[in-house]
Write a protein that binds this ligand. Structure first.
Ligand code: NAI
Length: 535
């Protein structure tokens, strides 16, 4: 039966609130339940942004937006899409980091899906409780490594919720297709365990075989209940991130955003940086600070790109070097993990500064989560070695960045070609304004996700991320590069995501991994799938 009256207003997908026309009010039993005047969605959007701007802290803005999403979903997305550069830092990094830290304290609305060790053996049944029957994109975390903030346990739920909002805003995935999942396997964060308001499974983290079995059961339950859904793994600790990816990558439709999404967005930034330095990828030497999931994921994709350009895998790996917490990673390093092995060269180990002096890198890429590690000395050294040193300070949130945009530009005397993981304001240096680009994964995952579900991909091979990176780099304009911006404007995110989706979808057909018969017009097929929040 069709909903009427207050039931309509309580349904965030149906409600248009003050935008219902006189006829609709009459028909749906809404007379008397709303003020007289009718606001267009445009006016409602202005009211929403006014309210958001009135809030003094970012977390209050987040709470307002989250409540709007729960009251009037279409207005939420209209507002987010139209004010994306302003609202992206609220619904995602850096504010989402703060939101996760305070999740159990600011909890108001039940959103998402929680699985704990007590659900073992019953996960498929549990998924029946989700109200939507057609789920197409799942973002799942176990909360063990939230951004650069560490183990936040079930508080990490802010991440899948935020990412899925961006799938909808950027890639036009319908909100009802999206399922945020928290695999709440406990937490080793004592502060949370001692917090009376903590909402998660209040035990130490599950590890080893039992943990692996739950992850496996979850993935298999998804195959059973939502066989066409794309699973995005998000913010798992490095070891688990790799082992889960290696296990499922070529079996089910999934990817790891920290590894593969980051790799693609950074590779795109490398391509556009090379337009500025007017050089080629094969002539670079790239030094990473941090050898975790993000950095090694980036390195693996660069190797793939170089192999496509004719280098052997070992020639490609020789251009890539890593400094981790114990210094330069070399063959003799004691703390090598499997994913480090291809990049552990036959070389003496040394500290970061000496590594820069000896290796003379052209690119410095920070993915360490360690604030301030790109010191004045580091940037000055890079500027002595290079006419245009490329500096990527990728660690999130802003408080963890290896250096700020201002530091990069000022210490390099305006020479740095800079990008960051978190947003930074424009920097005035001498008579030039630099607008730092943000290597945000949001440039990649909505487009890849749209393509994957639109063609019913069987799985996503690495080549998909090479295609996505190249397409993103193609979207840059010379006017962006002139201001030192290595990524296209966020205002064009829907267009960018759409173009990435077209390229990736075509590629999936080319390599035989699309499950759906090829539509006559892929662009039209994708366009028709995209959610439009207008009334
Ligand atoms: P991770 O924990 O897997 O890796 C971090 C690595 O850095 C570890 O190997 C650790 O030993 C090392 N490290 C820590 N302190 C260090 C120091 N002082 N010097 C050298 N190495 C140090 O974490 P993951 O996933 O690789 O992420 C790292 C950072 O990158 C996080 O802050 C994350 O937010 C950021 N990131 C940024 C993205 C983007 O900009 N698009 C996407 C994904 C991650």
């Amino acid at each position: 039966m069709e909903k009427r009256g207050v039931e309509v207003l309580k349904d965030c997908r149906l409600s248009k609130s003050t935008a219902f026309t006189f006829e609709e009010k009459e028909k749906m039993g809404l007379r008397g339940l709303l003020p007289y005047s009718i606001s267009s969605q445009e006016i409602q959007k202005q009211r929403a942004i006014e309210n958001i701007r009135r809030k003094e802290s970012n977390i209050e803005k987040y709470i307002f937006l989250s409540a709007l999403q729960d009251r009037n979903e279409r207005l939420f997305y209209r507002t987010v899409i139209d004010y994306l550069p302003e609202l992206l830092p609220i619904i995602y990094t850096p504010t989402v980091g703060e939101v996760c830290q305070q999740f159990s304290h600011i909890y108001r609305i039940d959103k998402g899906f929680y699985i704990t060790p007590e659900d073992k053996g019953d996960i498929a049944n549990l998924l029946d409780n989700w109200p939507e029957k057609e789920v197409k994109v799942i973002v799942v975390t176990d909360g063990s490594r939230i951004l650069g903030l560490g183990d936040l346990g079930c508080n990490g739920m802010g991440i899948p919720i935020g990412k899925l909002s961006l799938y909808t805003a950027g890639g036009g995935i319908r909100p009802e297709y999206c399922l945020p999942v928290m695999l709440d396997m406990g937490t080793d964060n004592e502060e949370l365990l001692d917090d009376l308001l903590y909402l998660g499974y209040p035990h130490k983290r599950l590890r080893g075989k039992e943990y692996d079995e739950i992850v496996e059961e979850f993935v298999m339950a998804v195959q059973q209940k939502f066989p066409k859904a794309l699973i995005q793994f998000e913010d798992f600790t490095t070891y688990n991130a790799y082992s889960i990816l290696n296990k499922f990558q070529n079996k089910v439709l999934c990817f790891n955003d920290d590894i593969q999404g980051t790799a693609a967005v950074v590779l795109a930034g490398i391509y556009t940086a090379l337009l500025v330095t007017e050089s080629e990828l094969k002539d670079q030497k790239i030094l990473f600070l941090g050898a975790g999931a993000a950095a090694t994921g980036i390195a693996n994709l660069i190797v793939k790109a170089l192999v496509e350009q004719g280098l052997s895998e070992s020639e490609a790996a020789n251009l890539l070097w890593f400094v981790d917490i114990n210094g330069l990673m070399v063959k003799d390093s004691k703390d090598l993990m499997e994913h480090n092995l291809p990049f552990a060269h036959d070389f003496p180990t040394m500290n970061f500064i000496d590594a820069i002096k000896q290796l003379k890198p052209t690119f410095l890429i920070g993915a360490s989560g360690a604030k301030g590690t790109f010191t004045k000395e580091v940037i000055e050294l890079m500027s002595e070695l290079n006419e245009k040193p490329v500096i990527f300070a990728l660690s999130n949130p802003t408080s963890r960045a290896e250096c700020t945009a201002e530091e990069a530009y000022v210490w390099s005397k305006g020479k740095a070609v800079f990008a960051s993981g978190s947003p930074f304001k424009p920097v005035q240096y001498e008579n030039k304004t630099f607008i730092p680009g943000q290597g945000n994964n949001v440039y990649i995952f909505p487009g890849v996700g749209l393509a994957a579900i639109a063609v019913e991909a069987k799985y996503l091979p690495e080549s998909v991320f090479l295609i996505a990176a190249a397409e993103l780099a193609r979207q840059i304009h010379h006017s962006d590069l002139e201001h030192g911006t290595l990524y296209p404007k966020m205002t064009t995110l829907r267009t960018i995501s759409f173009e990435i989706a077209v390229s990736v979808a075509n590629h999936l057909y080319d390599i035989g991994l699309a499950g759906l018969e090829k539509p006559k017009n892929i662009r039209m097929h994708l366009k028709n799938m995209m959610y439009d929040p207008s009334y």
